[in-house]
Write a protein that binds this ligand. Sequence first.
Ligand SMILES: Cc1ncc(C[n+]2csc(CCOP(=O)(O)OP(=O)(O)O)c2C)c(N)n1
Ligand SMILES: [Mg+2]
Length: 280
Amino acid sequence: MANQQAEIYNLEQLNAIARDLRLDILDMTTRAGSGHPSSSFSAVEILTAIYFGGILNFRPDDPWWPGRDRFIMSKGHAAPLLYAVLARAGYFDRELLWKLRQVDSPVQGHPIQGMLPGVEATTGSLGQGLSLGLGHVLGGRINQLPYRVFVLLGDGECEAGQVWEAAMAAAHFKAHHLTAILDYNKYQETGPISREMALEPLVQKWESFGWWVLEVDGHDISQLMGALDKIKDTNDKPGIIIAHTIKGKGVSFVEQDFTFHGRALNPEQAAKAREEISWQ
Ligand SMILES: Cc1ncc(C[n+]2csc(CCOP(=O)(O)OP(=O)(O)O)c2C)c(N)n1
Ligand SMILES: [Mg+2]
């Protein structure tokens, strides 16, 4: 059965959705007084393309439908983005977003499977999502369900060894239903990746692990959709889209400032940010 997402959006509408998601992330984190706004802003267009560009096959009113495609937010600290997307997709009431990080709220600082419909995996301890995604693909193979699995990785996350263990295993098992998207914003928590622990040459690394590799501008929704579509044809290899992004994208004074990694904007900063985002 086709994607239950009834509406098909054009590029202009998708860019408007991306802008609205940024505003939600801003409001959620500023109201909570904590969270990861810059990590969330970085991947807004990636999730917009996957969820609203007709890539992911999902049913918000039947979230555990066995045939659904899976999206796993491996960089779990970008939970505000995931929650904003799931609310927008119709999995739950948008009012829940304002309970981010409150005690007993289902919208915790990191996603917890079973607490909210649409959350496929409990993440936040970095490095685990690709292994989980591979497990879903292999399970689908056993159960003869040809769903696809998409996993969003951070670049700092790729400094974790488990990512490469999963990469090696996915190639070995010819897991061509597995697509990783790397949010390559060049920063992790404490500074630039090139200084903390360099990843380059990244394309060659993934290729040498047996993956199909595409590179895109991670803020260009049409490039992302083109790559997400093309990567379905890998035949016998898993695929990765290396999406070049800007950490904090959309708010000038947050962009590339890693001190905003785990820090919400204060109300004055948020008012300025709202103004900037609203014009995009
Ligand atoms: C296993 C593990 N180690 C350390 C952390 C703490 N931590 C949270 S986010 C982060 C940086 C992640 O950087 P990146 O993957 O590049 O994500 P970005 O925020 O840049 O999108 C770190 C080290 C963690 N969550 N899990
Ligand atoms: Mg990063």
